[in-house]
Design a protein around this ligand. Structure first.
Ligand SMILES: [Zn+2]
Length: 142
């Protein structure tokens, strides 16, 4: 996946395997911190992260028209911030990528799926507070 260096703005390609941890910018060698925000996933990135990530992955299945999804967004963001370096948080736009949602049996949104090494360990629909999302990720990492 692509991470923008906070110091020189250069785009770095980071393997999903290492995406949960701190790496270095290829250009200026500055620390590239792990993502502290949700990542908008397309099918390629989704597949790579689910297959390779060594940390638990939270997926937020959402859509722009969905009001509960908009209310959930700050919770998802807070969870990503709280688990930076220990988990990855992906957002999947179910309107753009219905195939991913279909593959995970998503019938209502928002739906949250926690994955660990490619396996679904939890799935819940509806608004979930950040501390609950964080607890799921910590559980999945244990
Ligand atoms: Zn840099």
């Amino acid at each position: 996946m692509i991470r923008v260096c906070p110091s020189c703005q250069k785009k770095n390609r980071v393997a999903a395997r290492h995406a949960g941890s701190r790496t270095r910018c290829g250009a200026c060698k500055a620390d590239l911190p792990p993502p502290a925000e949700p990542i908008d996933a397309d099918p390629d990135l989704f597949e790579e992260v689910v297959r390779d990530a060594e940390v638990p992955v939270l997926v937020d299945f959402w859509a722009a028209w969905c009001a509960p999804c908009r209310r959930a967004a700050p919770e998802v963001h807070a969870a990503a911030e709280a688990t930076a370096g220990r988990a990855l948080v992906l957002k999947v736009d179910t309107e753009r990528y219905p195939d991913i949602a279909g593959a995970y049996g998503v019938q209502a949104i928002p739906t949250f799926v926690v994955l660990r090494r490619g396996r679904t360990v939890r799935r819940e629909s509806g608004l979930v507070p950040a501390r609950q999302l964080v607890a799921w990720l910590e559980e999945a990492a244990a």
